[in-house]
Write a protein that binds this ligand. Structure first.
Ligand code: CO
Length: 154
């Protein structure tokens, strides 16, 4: 009797549909992920997480868990990958900040209506079966932002 009905989809996010639930991860572009993983484990007590190949094998992604923070190390495997070009022009460093949302299409519509430039007009596949879309850093203080909707467990 005291049990409340489940909230409608997206209702738990601030400011209604399209809001951000949590920091998903911070992504760092590197030429080689393994040495950085080893440093993070030895120096900061990080825990190595999963890894996978994305973009038809063009990008190796290694997750590292550091307290409440998840880092996503991006190691390009092809010279023409966007992360390879990023390394070429800027060197290793912060690549993007990923924000978890409940309703990626709704979030994209909201972001677009607010005048933010989109890199991805529509969601595309990310790591762990997620859907992601990138927002243009020119609209967001110079930081590349990824919106990420986690795969829903069936
Ligand atoms: Co990411």
């Amino acid at each position: 009797m005291s049990e409340r009905p489940p909230k409608p989809y997206g209702a738990g996010t601030p400011h209604g549909t399209g809001g951000v639930r949590a920091l998903s991860h911070v992504a760092i572009a590197v030429r080689e992920a393994d040495p950085l993983v080893e440093t993070l484990v030895a120096a900061l007590g990080a825990r190595r997480g999963d890894e996978e190949l994305l973009d038809d094998g063009g990008l190796r992604v290694v997750f590292v868990h550091l307290g409440p923070l998840t880092l996503e190390l991006l190691e390009p495997r092809r010279a023409d990958h966007t992360v390879a070009r990023f390394l070429e022009s800027r060197g290793p460093g912060l690549h993007h900040v990923s924000l978890e949302v409940d309703d990626l299409p709704g979030s994209l519509a909201r972001v677009k209506a607010a005048g933010v430039r989109l890199i991805d007009e529509a969601p595309r596949p990310g790591a762990h079966g997620s859907q992601v879309a990138f927002l243009h850093p020119k609209s967001l203080g110079g930081v590349l932002v990824e919106l990420c909707e986690a795969r829903r467990e069936p």
